[in-house]
Design a protein around this ligand. Structure first.
Ligand code: 5RP
Length: 253
């Protein structure tokens, strides 16, 4: 079964259609009932449709038994909720450190399938799950495809998770040693003022480097700064990317 946008109930916008078509196709074309049991579920608004599709499988008598046996590993609170709301079985990476296949969104994807992630501040768990998975599939809408380099479409900078006591040191190092153009500690909403605190009780720094020509090197340089827990540069990790286009089609990279 492969999702065709014409067969689906219409969503409110082209963007939502694009996200859903990418996600449904990614699930339909990659889930293998013989091989897959432990499934990583990422974070963000596109992966919502991955969980939705798996929830539909669960309601299908022909697939119910296998999908009821799936154990879904979340990357944060939102993804835990998604798994539960769709009737899927929730597991943890502590219990299941070897994941068969993982699905997640991205903030930007370059021509070599290197990614910026962490717009939702879950980058550490997302990296843990994706690098623990035999197969990592990215689902994204058309805005996420970079014409060439990372940093072209995504202007918010590279998300970096840092230990709170080190954020001033890391900020200075990003500016002086790595020549970031702009470095900000991510703030919460007015209703929840102050720095965003991750599920690991750390802060998120967004560091703008402009166009990133060598994401692998930049990742290594940022990671070497004392106080950095993880970067939102996902290097040589994605196996396939599904982009939902604004005309209802899907492109696969
Ligand atoms: C969260 C992420 C998300 O996957 C990324 O922000 C994409 O989100 P969306 O699917 O809503 O565009 O990395 O940390």
């Amino acid at each position: 079964m492969v999702a065709n946008v014409k067969d689906l109930p219409q969503l409110s916008s082209k963007l939502e259609e694009a996200k859903r078509t990418a996600a449904y196709n990614a699930v339909d074309q990659n889930i293998n009932f013989e091989e897959h049991r432990i499934i990583g579920i990422g974070s963000g608004s596109t992966v919502v449709y991955v969980a939705e599709r798996l929830g539909q499988y669960l309601k299908d008598p022909a697939r119910h038994e296998q999908v009821a046996n799936f154990i879904c590993i979340p990357t944060g609170f939102q993804s835990r909720m998604l798994i539960k709301e769709n009737g899927l079985q929730l597991g943890s990476i502590e219990m299941f450190p070897d994941i068969d296949i993982a699905f997640d969104g991205a903030d930007e994807v370059d021509e070599n399938m290197q990614l910026i992630k962490g717009g939702g501040a879950c980058l550490f768990q997302e990296k843990l799950v994706s690098t623990s998975s035999k197969k990592f599939i990215v689902v994204a809408d058309y805005r996420k495809k970079s014409p060439k380099y990372l940093g072209t479409n995504w202007k918010q900078g590279v998300p970096i998770e840092v230990v709170p006591s080190a954020y001033v040191r890391v900020t200075k190092d990003l500016e002086t040693k790595l020549h970031a153009k702009k470095v900000v500690v991510r703030e919460g909403t007015p209703a929840k003022a102050g720095p965003v605190v991750t599920d690991n009780n750390n802060f998120i720094i967004d560091a703008d480097f402009g166009e990133i020509h060598d994401p692998k090197l930049l990742h290594t340089q940022i990671k070497s700064l004392v106080g950095v827990v993880e970067t939102g540069l996902f290097i040589d990790n994605a196996e396939i990317v599904y982009f939902g286009n604004d005309d209802g089609t899907v492109s696969v990279m």
